[in-house]
Design a protein around this ligand. Structure first.
Ligand SMILES: C[S@@+](CC[C@H](N)C(=O)[O-])C[C@H]1O[C@@H](n2cnc3c(N)ncnc32)[C@H](O)[C@@H]1O
Length: 289
């Protein structure tokens, strides 16, 4: 299978074309089994995820990482241990969900299960540090508390470059109707993820030149981030319209990277087919009829 390509089709067929032990990182944001959308209808999400884990673990290199997105129960009561090691169940915290619970508490988080094949070969903490929450003076006082100085973690020191983002990510908001990044209202919530979220994952668990697989790539956020961060990628998507969306996003990024795009093409009133001509560095957009 060629790299830096998106393939239209069903994951369960396309994945057979990927060599075993060839992938450094997999960003897997597939069905959650909670909406009425055709692609999201799954009989049993835990069994579905176990099947995916089994298949994807073969494709990962030793030490490679899989980030699996889902609802809080997405990996409950399944035995993934023979295949991968679960390092963190990251909580992607969304304090202001539009859909509010009436009979129970509103679900305010998704899970991003961070697995590796054995011990992680890459974890670039310095690439994903976030601002320290405590002031330096307070932190220094804490570092001198006897139990800290003498304890197991006595060497922990305040790092001016920031702290580990931890396993509750409340600093990255889901896209809203107002987000400039949102390609279409149709893709809100269930589909398009914020680039910042995927960037954290790609920066942490891959290096330049690594191969990243997104088996359910939707609008192509992972592929775009990979292109920007100089990772190679392979994407699968079953919906042909979304494949076109991905291709358009990728060609725009490429043009931006080449310094050729002098106007953004995501203005209201323009759609995927709008880049109609590209000649000698000049791009002409035609208005959607
Ligand atoms: C949650 S969305 C992915 C969103 C993506 N991370 C983004 O930022 O745009 C899941 C995608 O998986 C696709 N999908 C569902 N089942 C599939 C399958 N069996 N094979 C390939 N793609 C599938 C859907 O069409 C949908 O676009």
């Amino acid at each position: 299978m060629k790299i830096n390509e998106i393939y239209q089709g069903d994951f369960f067929n396309l994945i057979k074309e990927i060599d075993n032990s060839s992938i450094d990182l997999i960003v897997c944001d597939g069905p959650y089994g909670v909406t009425e959308k055709k692609w999201d209808k799954v009989k049993n999400i835990q069994e579905f995820n176990l099947e995916i884990i089994k298949i994807l673990s073969q494709k990962l290199q030793n030490g490679g990482a899989l980030y699996l997105f889902g609802k809080p129960d997405c990996i409950d009561f399944i035995d993934y241990k023979p295949y991968l090691t679960l390092n963190s169940k990251i909580v992607w915290y969304q304090p202001s969900r539009l859909a509010q619970g009436r009979n129970s508490y509103t679900n305010n988080y998704d899970i991003i299960a961070y697995f590796t094949k054995g011990k992680a070969k890459t974890f670039n903490l310095n690439e994903i540090r976030v601002p320290q929450l405590v002031e330096l003076t307070h932190r220094k006082r804490c570092e001198n508390v006897p139990s800290v100085v003498n304890g197991k973690f006595g060497k922990t020191k305040f790092n001016e470059r920031g702290k580990n983002p931890g396993d509750v990510w409340g600093d990255i908001k889901q896209l809203t109707y107002k987000s400039k990044e949102l390609l279409s209202r149709e893709y809100l919530h269930t589909i398009q993820k914020p680039k910042k979220l995927i960037e954290r994952i790609v920066k942490a668990s891959s290096n330049e030149g690594d191969l990243v697989l997104d088996p359910f790539c939707g609008t192509g956020t992972t592929l775009v981030v990979c292109q920007e961060l100089k990772r190679d990628y392979i994407g699968f998507e079953i919906n042909p319209e979304l494949v076109e969306v991905c291709k358009k996003r990728l060609s725009e990024i490429k043009l931006e990277q080449e310094g050729m795009l002098y106007s953004t093409s995501r203005h209201v009133g323009f759609t995927e087919k709008e880049i109609i001509s590209q000649n000698l560095g000049e791009i002409v957009y035609s208005k959607h009829k």
